[in-house]
Design a protein around this ligand. Structure first.
Ligand code: SAH
Length: 395
Protein backbone atom coordinates (compact mmCIF):
# COMPACT_ATOMS: atom_id res chain seq x y z
CA UNK A 1 0.00 0.00 0.00
CA UNK A 2 1.28 3.42 -0.93
CA UNK A 3 1.83 5.64 2.09
CA UNK A 4 -0.07 8.89 2.37
CA UNK A 5 2.38 11.76 2.23
CA UNK A 6 2.94 15.44 2.79
CA UNK A 7 5.56 16.84 0.43
CA UNK A 8 7.33 19.92 1.76
CA UNK A 9 8.29 22.91 -0.36
CA UNK A 10 11.87 23.32 -1.49
CA UNK A 11 14.06 24.48 1.41
CA UNK A 12 11.27 24.09 4.00
CA UNK A 13 12.64 20.89 5.56
CA UNK A 14 15.14 22.59 7.92
CA UNK A 15 13.08 22.53 11.07
CA UNK A 16 12.00 18.89 10.59
CA UNK A 17 15.64 17.98 10.04
CA UNK A 18 16.33 19.60 13.42
CA UNK A 19 13.65 17.28 14.82
CA UNK A 20 11.15 20.00 15.57
CA UNK A 21 7.83 18.11 15.56
CA UNK A 22 5.56 20.79 14.04
CA UNK A 23 4.96 21.07 10.30
CA UNK A 24 3.29 24.36 9.39
CA UNK A 25 0.81 24.53 6.51
CA UNK A 26 2.91 27.24 4.83
CA UNK A 27 5.74 24.73 4.32
CA UNK A 28 3.54 22.21 2.50
CA UNK A 29 3.78 21.77 -1.26
CA UNK A 30 1.14 19.05 -1.56
CA UNK A 31 -0.77 16.41 0.36
CA UNK A 32 -0.98 13.02 -1.33
CA UNK A 33 -3.54 10.25 -0.69
CA UNK A 34 -6.32 12.26 1.06
CA UNK A 35 -5.45 11.37 4.66
CA UNK A 36 -8.20 11.61 7.29
CA UNK A 37 -8.10 13.83 10.36
CA UNK A 38 -5.36 12.46 12.63
CA UNK A 39 -4.22 9.76 10.20
CA UNK A 40 -0.53 8.94 9.86
CA UNK A 41 1.35 10.49 6.94
CA UNK A 42 4.97 10.50 5.86
CA UNK A 43 6.64 13.89 5.67
CA UNK A 44 8.98 13.98 2.71
CA UNK A 45 11.23 16.57 1.11
CA UNK A 46 10.58 17.89 -2.37
CA UNK A 47 12.99 15.21 -3.61
CA UNK A 48 10.94 12.53 -1.88
CA UNK A 49 13.40 11.88 0.98
CA UNK A 50 11.79 10.59 4.19
CA UNK A 51 11.85 13.15 7.03
CA UNK A 52 9.27 12.11 9.58
CA UNK A 53 6.10 10.16 10.23
CA UNK A 54 3.35 12.41 11.54
CA UNK A 55 -0.32 12.89 12.38
CA UNK A 56 -2.33 14.93 9.89
CA UNK A 57 -4.23 17.97 11.25
CA UNK A 58 -5.72 19.62 8.16
CA UNK A 59 -7.71 22.24 10.09
CA UNK A 60 -4.78 23.58 12.06
CA UNK A 61 -1.97 25.91 11.00
CA UNK A 62 0.24 23.17 12.40
CA UNK A 63 -0.95 20.77 9.75
CA UNK A 64 1.09 17.79 10.98
CA UNK A 65 2.82 16.79 14.22
CA UNK A 66 5.65 14.30 14.02
CA UNK A 67 5.40 11.08 15.98
CA UNK A 68 8.86 9.99 14.89
CA UNK A 69 11.79 10.90 12.66
CA UNK A 70 12.54 7.26 11.99
CA UNK A 71 10.89 4.82 9.62
CA UNK A 72 8.95 2.90 12.27
CA UNK A 73 5.27 1.93 12.19
CA UNK A 74 2.84 4.03 14.18
CA UNK A 75 0.68 1.45 15.92
CA UNK A 76 -0.22 0.33 19.42
CA UNK A 77 3.27 -1.11 19.94
CA UNK A 78 4.76 2.31 19.13
CA UNK A 79 2.61 4.01 21.77
CA UNK A 80 3.41 1.25 24.22
CA UNK A 81 7.16 1.91 23.80
CA UNK A 82 6.79 5.68 24.15
CA UNK A 83 4.55 5.41 27.22
CA UNK A 84 6.90 2.96 28.90
CA UNK A 85 9.83 5.33 28.30
CA UNK A 86 7.83 8.23 29.79
CA UNK A 87 7.02 6.11 32.84
CA UNK A 88 10.63 5.04 33.31
CA UNK A 89 11.76 8.67 33.25
CA UNK A 90 9.36 9.59 36.09
CA UNK A 91 10.38 6.48 37.98
CA UNK A 92 14.00 7.59 37.77
CA UNK A 93 13.01 11.01 39.08
CA UNK A 94 11.45 9.26 42.09
CA UNK A 95 8.09 10.75 41.18
CA UNK A 96 6.02 7.56 41.17
CA UNK A 97 5.67 6.99 44.89
CA UNK A 98 2.43 5.64 46.30
CA UNK A 99 -0.43 8.16 46.32
CA UNK A 100 1.73 10.82 44.74
CA UNK A 101 0.98 12.87 41.65
CA UNK A 102 2.98 13.85 38.62
CA UNK A 103 2.79 14.43 34.89
CA UNK A 104 3.44 11.03 33.32
CA UNK A 105 3.30 12.14 29.71
CA UNK A 106 4.07 15.72 28.68
CA UNK A 107 3.03 15.85 25.03
CA UNK A 108 5.85 16.85 22.63
CA UNK A 109 8.43 16.70 25.45
CA UNK A 110 7.76 12.95 25.68
CA UNK A 111 7.66 12.61 21.89
CA UNK A 112 3.90 12.20 21.96
CA UNK A 113 2.46 15.45 20.56
CA UNK A 114 -0.96 16.23 21.98
CA UNK A 115 -0.95 13.52 24.65
CA UNK A 116 -1.02 14.59 28.31
CA UNK A 117 -1.30 12.06 31.12
CA UNK A 118 -1.32 13.15 34.75
CA UNK A 119 -1.33 10.72 37.63
CA UNK A 120 -3.21 11.47 40.86
CA UNK A 121 -2.72 8.45 43.13
CA UNK A 122 -4.65 5.62 41.40
CA UNK A 123 -6.33 7.88 38.88
CA UNK A 124 -4.90 8.81 35.49
CA UNK A 125 -6.27 11.97 33.91
CA UNK A 126 -5.70 12.30 30.19
CA UNK A 127 -5.95 15.07 27.63
CA UNK A 128 -5.97 14.48 23.87
CA UNK A 129 -5.07 17.86 22.42
CA UNK A 130 -4.33 17.08 18.78
CA UNK A 131 -6.05 15.26 15.92
CA UNK A 132 -3.35 12.58 16.02
CA UNK A 133 -3.75 12.00 19.74
CA UNK A 134 -7.52 11.72 19.28
CA UNK A 135 -7.07 9.26 16.40
CA UNK A 136 -5.05 6.87 18.59
CA UNK A 137 -7.00 7.46 21.79
CA UNK A 138 -8.26 3.90 22.23
CA UNK A 139 -4.85 2.33 21.72
CA UNK A 140 -3.22 4.86 24.05
CA UNK A 141 -5.80 4.15 26.76
CA UNK A 142 -5.25 0.44 26.29
CA UNK A 143 -1.52 0.89 26.87
CA UNK A 144 -2.17 3.02 29.96
CA UNK A 145 -4.29 0.27 31.48
CA UNK A 146 -1.62 -2.30 30.67
CA UNK A 147 1.47 -0.45 31.87
CA UNK A 148 0.31 1.83 34.66
CA UNK A 149 -1.24 0.78 37.94
CA UNK A 150 -4.53 2.63 37.96
CA UNK A 151 -8.14 2.14 38.90
CA UNK A 152 -9.42 4.98 36.72
CA UNK A 153 -8.67 6.65 33.40
CA UNK A 154 -10.55 9.95 33.20
CA UNK A 155 -10.61 12.32 30.23
CA UNK A 156 -10.29 16.10 30.57
CA UNK A 157 -10.06 17.13 26.93
CA UNK A 158 -12.03 20.31 27.70
CA UNK A 159 -9.52 22.76 26.29
CA UNK A 160 -9.96 25.47 23.67
CA UNK A 161 -7.05 24.35 21.48
CA UNK A 162 -9.02 21.26 20.45
CA UNK A 163 -11.22 23.46 18.28
CA UNK A 164 -8.15 24.49 16.22
CA UNK A 165 -7.66 20.79 15.47
CA UNK A 166 -11.30 20.33 14.46
CA UNK A 167 -12.15 18.48 17.67
CA UNK A 168 -14.88 19.04 20.24
CA UNK A 169 -14.33 19.33 23.97
CA UNK A 170 -14.84 16.10 25.85
CA UNK A 171 -14.68 14.96 29.47
CA UNK A 172 -15.66 11.80 31.29
CA UNK A 173 -14.71 8.35 32.45
CA UNK A 174 -12.73 6.31 29.90
CA UNK A 175 -12.21 3.21 31.98
CA UNK A 176 -12.41 1.84 35.50
CA UNK A 177 -14.24 3.37 38.44
CA UNK A 178 -15.67 6.90 38.61
CA UNK A 179 -13.10 9.03 40.47
CA UNK A 180 -14.08 10.27 43.92
CA UNK A 181 -15.18 13.90 44.24
CA UNK A 182 -11.75 14.79 45.61
CA UNK A 183 -8.65 12.63 45.31
CA UNK A 184 -6.04 12.93 48.03
CA UNK A 185 -2.45 13.07 46.80
CA UNK A 186 0.89 13.51 48.50
CA UNK A 187 3.42 16.03 47.23
CA UNK A 188 6.67 16.79 49.05
CA UNK A 189 5.19 14.87 52.04
CA UNK A 190 2.15 17.19 52.16
CA UNK A 191 -1.47 16.24 51.49
CA UNK A 192 -3.62 17.91 48.86
CA UNK A 193 -7.17 17.30 47.65
CA UNK A 194 -7.62 17.39 43.89
CA UNK A 195 -10.83 17.71 41.89
CA UNK A 196 -9.98 15.92 38.66
CA UNK A 197 -13.45 16.43 37.19
CA UNK A 198 -13.81 20.18 37.49
CA UNK A 199 -10.46 21.51 38.73
CA UNK A 200 -8.18 23.63 36.53
CA UNK A 201 -6.15 21.80 33.89
CA UNK A 202 -6.36 18.17 35.04
CA UNK A 203 -6.96 19.24 38.64
CA UNK A 204 -3.67 20.54 40.06
CA UNK A 205 -0.70 22.68 38.97
CA UNK A 206 1.79 19.84 39.05
CA UNK A 207 4.39 21.98 37.26
CA UNK A 208 5.01 24.04 40.44
CA UNK A 209 6.06 21.09 42.60
CA UNK A 210 9.77 21.97 42.83
CA UNK A 211 9.01 25.63 43.50
CA UNK A 212 6.53 24.81 46.23
CA UNK A 213 9.33 22.81 47.84
CA UNK A 214 11.79 25.68 47.46
CA UNK A 215 9.38 28.11 49.11
CA UNK A 216 9.60 26.11 52.32
CA UNK A 217 13.22 27.17 52.81
CA UNK A 218 12.39 30.88 53.19
CA UNK A 219 9.11 31.08 55.16
CA UNK A 220 9.77 29.98 58.75
CA UNK A 221 8.36 32.59 61.13
CA UNK A 222 7.41 34.82 58.19
CA UNK A 223 4.24 36.37 56.83
CA UNK A 224 3.43 35.01 53.37
CA UNK A 225 1.11 36.47 50.74
CA UNK A 226 0.16 33.75 48.24
CA UNK A 227 -1.40 35.48 45.23
CA UNK A 228 -3.39 33.41 42.72
CA UNK A 229 -3.42 30.64 45.30
CA UNK A 230 -5.79 28.26 43.52
CA UNK A 231 -6.28 25.35 46.00
CA UNK A 232 -3.46 26.53 48.25
CA UNK A 233 -0.46 24.80 46.65
CA UNK A 234 2.12 27.32 47.87
CA UNK A 235 0.04 28.22 50.93
CA UNK A 236 0.10 24.69 52.34
CA UNK A 237 3.84 24.45 51.67
CA UNK A 238 4.41 27.72 53.55
CA UNK A 239 2.11 26.87 56.44
CA UNK A 240 3.65 23.43 56.89
CA UNK A 241 7.15 24.92 56.87
CA UNK A 242 6.30 27.16 59.83
CA UNK A 243 5.13 30.43 58.31
CA UNK A 244 3.60 32.69 60.96
CA UNK A 245 0.73 33.72 58.74
CA UNK A 246 -0.32 32.71 55.22
CA UNK A 247 -2.72 34.82 53.18
CA UNK A 248 -4.12 32.90 50.20
CA UNK A 249 -5.77 35.10 47.57
CA UNK A 250 -7.79 33.88 44.59
CA UNK A 251 -10.78 35.00 42.55
CA UNK A 252 -12.37 31.54 42.72
CA UNK A 253 -14.46 30.72 45.80
CA UNK A 254 -14.41 27.02 44.87
CA UNK A 255 -10.60 26.96 44.73
CA UNK A 256 -10.39 28.75 48.09
CA UNK A 257 -12.79 26.27 49.67
CA UNK A 258 -10.43 23.47 48.71
CA UNK A 259 -7.47 25.60 49.83
CA UNK A 260 -9.05 25.79 53.30
CA UNK A 261 -9.52 22.03 53.38
CA UNK A 262 -5.94 21.51 52.24
CA UNK A 263 -4.58 23.79 54.98
CA UNK A 264 -6.64 21.86 57.57
CA UNK A 265 -5.63 18.49 56.18
CA UNK A 266 -2.00 19.38 56.88
CA UNK A 267 -2.70 20.49 60.42
CA UNK A 268 -2.11 24.19 59.82
CA UNK A 269 -3.97 25.99 62.60
CA UNK A 270 -6.74 28.37 61.64
CA UNK A 271 -5.04 31.36 63.23
CA UNK A 272 -2.07 30.82 60.90
CA UNK A 273 -3.90 31.42 57.64
CA UNK A 274 -6.63 33.37 55.91
CA UNK A 275 -8.28 32.76 52.53
CA UNK A 276 -9.34 35.88 50.68
CA UNK A 277 -11.59 35.97 47.64
CA UNK A 278 -10.42 38.96 45.64
CA UNK A 279 -9.00 40.25 42.39
CA UNK A 280 -5.26 40.27 43.05
CA UNK A 281 -4.74 43.46 41.00
CA UNK A 282 -7.18 45.32 43.26
CA UNK A 283 -6.19 43.72 46.53
CA UNK A 284 -2.49 44.54 46.09
CA UNK A 285 -3.45 48.21 45.63
CA UNK A 286 -5.65 48.07 48.70
CA UNK A 287 -2.83 46.59 50.79
CA UNK A 288 -0.45 49.24 49.45
CA UNK A 289 -2.88 51.98 50.52
CA UNK A 290 -3.27 50.33 53.93
CA UNK A 291 0.57 50.05 54.20
CA UNK A 292 0.22 46.33 54.85
CA UNK A 293 3.52 44.44 54.45
CA UNK A 294 4.64 40.82 54.02
CA UNK A 295 7.95 38.98 54.29
CA UNK A 296 7.37 36.64 51.35
CA UNK A 297 5.09 37.13 48.34
CA UNK A 298 4.24 34.58 45.65
CA UNK A 299 2.84 35.81 42.34
CA UNK A 300 1.68 32.89 40.19
CA UNK A 301 -0.92 34.34 37.83
CA UNK A 302 -2.76 32.39 35.12
CA UNK A 303 -1.48 32.44 31.56
CA UNK A 304 -1.82 36.01 30.27
CA UNK A 305 -0.76 35.33 26.65
CA UNK A 306 -2.47 33.18 24.03
CA UNK A 307 -0.99 34.85 20.96
CA UNK A 308 2.03 37.01 20.18
CA UNK A 309 -0.16 40.09 19.77
CA UNK A 310 -0.97 39.97 23.49
CA UNK A 311 2.65 40.17 24.65
CA UNK A 312 2.75 43.93 25.24
CA UNK A 313 -0.47 44.08 27.20
CA UNK A 314 0.48 41.02 29.22
CA UNK A 315 3.89 42.55 29.99
CA UNK A 316 2.12 45.53 31.53
CA UNK A 317 0.04 43.15 33.66
CA UNK A 318 3.10 41.25 34.86
CA UNK A 319 4.92 44.47 35.65
CA UNK A 320 1.94 45.93 37.49
CA UNK A 321 1.61 43.06 39.96
CA UNK A 322 5.36 42.65 40.41
CA UNK A 323 5.76 46.36 41.15
CA UNK A 324 2.99 46.21 43.74
CA UNK A 325 4.48 43.00 45.11
CA UNK A 326 7.88 44.66 45.61
CA UNK A 327 6.21 47.60 47.33
CA UNK A 328 4.45 45.33 49.80
CA UNK A 329 7.63 43.53 50.86
CA UNK A 330 9.28 44.16 54.20
CA UNK A 331 13.00 44.97 54.01
CA UNK A 332 14.86 41.70 53.40
CA UNK A 333 11.71 40.18 51.93
CA UNK A 334 11.43 37.67 49.09
CA UNK A 335 9.29 37.79 45.96
CA UNK A 336 8.62 34.70 43.84
CA UNK A 337 7.53 36.03 40.48
CA UNK A 338 6.21 33.55 37.89
CA UNK A 339 4.98 33.53 34.33
CA UNK A 340 3.46 30.37 32.86
CA UNK A 341 2.98 31.97 29.44
CA UNK A 342 5.06 30.06 26.90
CA UNK A 343 5.13 33.13 24.68
CA UNK A 344 6.84 35.23 27.38
CA UNK A 345 10.61 34.97 26.81
CA UNK A 346 12.62 34.47 29.97
CA UNK A 347 14.92 37.44 29.31
CA UNK A 348 11.92 39.73 28.81
CA UNK A 349 10.38 38.42 32.02
CA UNK A 350 13.61 39.21 33.86
CA UNK A 351 13.53 42.72 32.43
CA UNK A 352 9.90 43.18 33.49
CA UNK A 353 10.83 42.02 36.99
CA UNK A 354 13.77 44.45 37.03
CA UNK A 355 11.62 47.36 35.81
CA UNK A 356 9.03 46.55 38.48
CA UNK A 357 11.68 46.65 41.23
CA UNK A 358 13.00 49.93 39.87
CA UNK A 359 9.54 51.52 39.87
CA UNK A 360 8.91 50.22 43.38
CA UNK A 361 12.18 51.79 44.50
CA UNK A 362 13.85 48.59 45.71
CA UNK A 363 17.09 46.80 44.91
CA UNK A 364 16.51 43.16 44.22
CA UNK A 365 18.84 40.21 43.75
CA UNK A 366 17.84 37.02 41.96
CA UNK A 367 18.58 34.20 44.39
CA UNK A 368 17.07 31.44 42.24
CA UNK A 369 15.99 31.06 38.64
CA UNK A 370 12.88 28.94 38.56
CA UNK A 371 11.23 26.70 36.01
CA UNK A 372 8.76 23.89 35.67
CA UNK A 373 9.23 20.62 37.58
CA UNK A 374 11.28 17.94 35.79
CA UNK A 375 8.24 15.76 35.07
CA UNK A 376 7.41 18.58 32.62
CA UNK A 377 10.73 18.32 30.76
CA UNK A 378 11.98 20.67 28.07
CA UNK A 379 12.85 18.86 24.87
CA UNK A 380 15.93 20.51 23.34
CA UNK A 381 14.55 20.16 19.82
CA UNK A 382 11.25 21.71 20.95
CA UNK A 383 12.02 24.82 23.01
CA UNK A 384 8.29 25.59 23.16
CA UNK A 385 8.06 22.89 25.84
CA UNK A 386 9.67 25.37 28.28
CA UNK A 387 6.87 27.63 29.47
CA UNK A 388 6.94 28.16 33.24
CA UNK A 389 9.61 30.60 34.35
CA UNK A 390 10.17 32.53 37.52
CA UNK A 391 12.59 34.40 39.72
CA UNK A 392 13.12 34.32 43.44
CA UNK A 393 14.16 37.85 44.28
CA UNK A 394 15.44 39.10 47.64
CA UNK A 395 15.21 42.80 48.34
N1 SAH B 1 -0.19 28.81 42.47
C1 SAH B 1 -1.25 27.87 42.22
C2 SAH B 1 -1.73 27.91 40.77
C3 SAH B 1 -2.25 29.25 40.31
S1 SAH B 1 -3.28 29.14 38.92
C4 SAH B 1 -0.79 26.47 42.65
O1 SAH B 1 0.38 26.27 42.97
O2 SAH B 1 -1.63 25.56 42.65
C5 SAH B 1 -3.93 30.73 38.77
C6 SAH B 1 -5.08 31.07 39.71
O3 SAH B 1 -5.35 32.47 39.54
C7 SAH B 1 -6.41 30.38 39.47
O4 SAH B 1 -6.79 29.72 40.65
C8 SAH B 1 -7.41 31.50 39.16
O5 SAH B 1 -8.68 31.31 39.78
C9 SAH B 1 -6.74 32.69 39.77
N2 SAH B 1 -7.02 34.02 39.18
C10 SAH B 1 -7.06 34.37 37.89
N3 SAH B 1 -7.20 35.71 37.75
C11 SAH B 1 -7.25 36.22 39.02
C12 SAH B 1 -7.35 37.53 39.54
N4 SAH B 1 -7.41 38.60 38.75
N5 SAH B 1 -7.34 37.68 40.88
C13 SAH B 1 -7.26 36.60 41.69
N6 SAH B 1 -7.14 35.34 41.24
C14 SAH B 1 -7.13 35.14 39.92
Amino acid sequence: MKRKRIVLKEGRDKSVLRRHPWIFSGAVKKVEGSPDLGETVDIVSVKGEFLARAAFSPQSQICARAWTFEQQEIDKAFFSRRLKAAKKFRQQLGFLQENSACRLVASEADLLPGVIVDRYADCLVVQFLSAGAEYWKEQICGCLREHFDCTTVYERSDVDIRSKEGLEKRTGLLSGEEPPELIEIIENKLRYLVDVRAGHKTGFYLDQRVNRKLLRSVVKGKTVLNCFSYTGGFGVAAGAAGADMVTNVDASVEALKTAGRNMELNGIRQSAYENIEADVFKLLRKYRDMARRFDVIVLDPPKFIDSKGQLKRASRGYKDIAMLGFKLLNPGGVLLNFSCSGLMPVDLFQKITADAALDAGVNGKITARLGQSPDHPTLLSFPESFYLKGFMVKV
